[in-house]
Design a protein around this ligand. Structure first.
Ligand SMILES: C[S@@+](CC[C@H](N)C(=O)[O-])C[C@H]1O[C@@H](n2cnc3c(N)ncnc32)[C@H](O)[C@@H]1O
Length: 235
């Protein structure tokens, strides 16, 4: 696989072959700076994790990167962390945890829908995330083993798995629920009990700006995706 970067910032993923057609002409696939058949400058290089991750196959609704970035800032999840995820879905968040925790870390994800599971497994394989443990079930039916630093619940009813997840979250560990509606947020809040801190609730609104002679924000952005609800286990 190759990544072609045009000077406009536009990028293309190209399979391993001799040339690739773009709207800026044909590009020879040889590593390094080059010029297309119409004289446009390109860089041909290998894709990074992010280049591939942003283009994974979409099945069910993915967790948005703007929200995943916030979770990193709020929890500090990084190399060596153990992450338990319920709601593997398309694997977008799964792959992000996998990338962040590195070889010393561990990611276990639950996905009970066979159709979504297929997309998840394909996407994990595509990015080489073969050491992610995928459990094709609900954690109440097949509980996890060991303890985790972060539990990420990207399912409509996180309170339904709270007991089993809590048994495997270390004291001080983070419970993050990712929820589109306030009703769900309130239900999580009332389900947490004494074992957890009062949750904090966050929403990220994202807007990109257009550079050039008339620099201004783009007229549309990414507004509501889901609330990020963060609590720490204290018992
Ligand atoms: C919104 S999607 C998850 C998206 C995923 N986190 C991503 O970023 O690509 C929610 C997924 O949770 C799964 N799910 C819902 N409840 C579940 C449960 N109790 N146990 C396991 N999977 C569940 C659904 O089948 C669905 O695929």
């Amino acid at each position: 696989m190759w990544l072609l970067i045009h000077r406009s910032g536009k990028t293309y993923l190209a399979p391993d072959r001799a040339t690739f057609n773009t709207e800026f002409g044909v590009v020879e696939l040889k590593e390094g700076p080059t010029v297309s058949s119409t004289g446009e400058p390109f860089l041909v290089t290998r894709p990074s994790f992010v280049d591939l991750w942003l283009r994974i196959r979409r099945g069910p609704q993915i967790a948005h990167w703007k929200d995943l970035g916030l979770i990193v800032a709020l929890t500090g999840v990084g190399p060596g962390w153990k992450v338990l995820e319920v709601g593997g879905g398309s694997g977008f968040s799964t792959l992000f945890w996998w990338y962040l925790v590195g070889k010393e870390g561990k990611v276990v994800t639950y996905e009970r829908n066979p159709r979504h599971l297929k997309v998840l497994l394909e996407n994990l394989e595509r990015l080489g995330a073969t050491n992610v443990k995928v459990v094709p079930s609900d954690p109440r039916e097949e509980p996890p083993e060991g303890t985790f630093d972060l539990a990420f619940l990207d399912i409509p009813e996180p309170w339904s798995v709270l007991d089993v997840v809590s048994e495997h979250l270390r004291p001080g560990g983070f419970l993050v629920s990712y929820l589109p509606t306030v009703e769900q947020v309130k239900q999580v809040e009332s389900s947490l009990g004494e074992g957890y801190t009062q949750p904090s609730v966050h929403e990220v609104i994202y807007r990109e700006w257009k550079l050039g002679g008339r620099t201004r924000p783009l007229s549309s952005g990414i507004l509501h995706t889901a609330f990020v609800v963060v609590s720490r286990k204290i018992k």
